[in-house]
Design a protein around this ligand. Structure first.
Ligand code: PEP
Ligand code: CO
Length: 462
């Protein structure tokens, strides 16, 4: 085992500073025509106020350390990519509500605390497989998220615009401010009315078993009977993919403990397309003290994962690192076991989380990017089974989901068909589970969640 015993002895952050990533190759960075305009914006961002306190990042790391030890569950979810135009209180409330409701189902199944982590307040950029695309016979730069350019298919709209970095900062601040204003309130007080907080969507599903009916009744009662403010307070942490390194660098500063943090969010994750061992993203991530995640796809070899874990968490700090696997339902059985074994051999303390969205994408016969509910469910169930067989445990779920009834993923009890996809398809990138599908998914894996906790405490049955 190569872990060092202390990160504060200088070894962890030797030769690191917020811009040291600039000496490495950075994948997925937009090109700006006017370097002076970009630098002027970055200079302004460096003057701006942070969104989070380092103590909140430390608090999240502490909660995640419990998850790593099997004493809690991480629920991580939200849009694939946020839009500047989506920032309205009712829309934000719906996003928070679906996370809170999923959390309630998980808590009910496990009787353990749930850590709610939203892909929100800064999730404005996404990686792309190609730099250019052809639309209506015209070759254009791809849309990289509102942080960089506009989705409208014109050369002007697709230019990388540095002023968008400032708009992203302001939009993130607005979302963060709204979320903070509802932090600590009861579930029942968050909707426009208590009625709206009922889990009716689950009641409309076709499941017949009585346990299920009773659960719905119980959860509805909890939500309706709770006087505002009296229920267990809602605690939500924010996260986004740390993709645009110049932007992330400008929002990096010293925490109250004097150590470097990304102070624009509580938690950052590193994407599957930007985790090259010698790349700029790893360089940036290794130096910040926030809790972090890294996406792991089916081509990751055990040696590579060992190196990643070592570079990102050399002191083996519990709660620091989440491995977010996204293999696809057909590849998880061959990809996951060797990785679990490699991490165990290192003696590394990590949280294993399952992202069943990004390995199961498909294109419908009408050319629409989508995902089958049944494939998502299958990958999550397999993840529980494989962790069990390997003597490990699944600590988290990473979902792309939203609070309204979009029609972006096929299937589920609502039975969304290919023809229905266009009815309410509003994502700017990957398809999201709608509120009903998200709750249904969590409900359908609650037996796996319960069994996992029973096993940990050596209890029989479930
Ligand atoms: C994402 O989470 O939206 C994403 C792009 O994931 P990945 O890096 O796993 O492809
Ligand atoms: Co996505």
């Amino acid at each position: 085992m190569r872990f060092v015993t202390s990160g504060l002895d200088g070894s962890l952050h030797k030769h690191w500073w917020p811009s040291s990533w600039r000496m490495k190759v950075a994948a997925q960075q937009p090109e700006y025509e006017d370097a002076n305009a970009l630098n002027a914006v970055l200079a302004r961002l460096r003057q701006m106020a942070p969104f989070v306190r380092s103590s909140e990042c430390i608090q999240l790391k502490y909660l995640l350390a419990h998850v790593a030890q099997g004493r809690g569950f991480l629920l991580h979810g939200g849009d694939c990519v946020e839009r500047f135009s989506d920032i309205h209180p009712p829309e934000l409330n719906r996003k928070v509500r679906v996370l809170a409701q999923m959390g309630l189902l998980i808590q009910h199944a496990t009787q353990q605390p749930v850590v709610h982590l939203a892909r929100m307040a800064g999730q404005f950029a996404m990686p792309r497989s190609q730099g250019m695309e052809v639309l209506n016979g015209v070759q254009l730069p791809v849309y990289r998220g509102d942080l960089v350019n506009d989705v409208v298919a014109t050369p002007q709209a697709r230019r990388s615009d540095p002023d968008r970095l400032l708009r992203a900062y302001l939009c993130s601040a607005t979302v963060m401010n709204h979320v903070r204003s509802i932090q600590g309130k009861s579930l029942a007080s968050l909707g426009p009315s208590a009625e709206d907080w009922r889990l009716d969507v689950l009641g409309e599903l076709t499941h017949q078993d009585t346990d299920y009916r009773q659960l719905i009744q119980q959860l509805s009662d909890i939500q309706q009977m709770t006087p505002p403010g009296a229920h267990e307070p809602l605690e939500l942490f924010m996260s986004h993919e740390g993709l645009h390194l110049a932007y992330e660098e400008s929002l990096t500063g010293a925490g109250a403990d004097g150590l470097p943090y990304n102070l624009s969010t509580h938690y950052l994750w590193l994407g599957e397309w930007t985790r090259q061992l010698d790349g700029a993203h790893i360089e940036y991530f290794r130096g910040i003290h926030n809790p972090i995640g890294v996406k792991i796809g089916p081509d990751c070899e055990p040696d590579e994962l060992e190196e990643l874990v070592w570079m990102l968490n050399p002191t083996n700090e519990p709660g620091r690192l989440t491995l977010i696997t996204r293999f696809g339902k057909d590849r998880i059985a061959s990809s996951l076991p060797p990785l679990i074994q490699a991490v165990r051999q290192m003696g590394a303390e990590v949280i294993w989380s399952c992202d069943p969205m990004h390995g199961n994408g498909l294109v419908s016969s009408q050319g629409i990017k989508t995902c089958r509910f049944e494939s998502i469910l299958s990958e999550v169930r397999s993840a529980f089974e494989i962790h069990d067989a390997e003597g490990s445990h699944l600590g988290g779920l990473h979902l792309e989901c939203t609070g309204s009834e979009v029609t972006e993923c096929l299937g589920g009890s609502a039975g969304i068909t290919e023809e229905e996809l266009t009815t309410q398809y509003t994502t700017a990138c990957d398809p999201r589970l709608n509120a009903s599908q998200a709750l249904e998914l969590v409900f359908l894996v609650s037996d796996c969640l319960r069994r996992q906790v029973f096993r940990k405490y050596g209890l029989r049955g479930c």
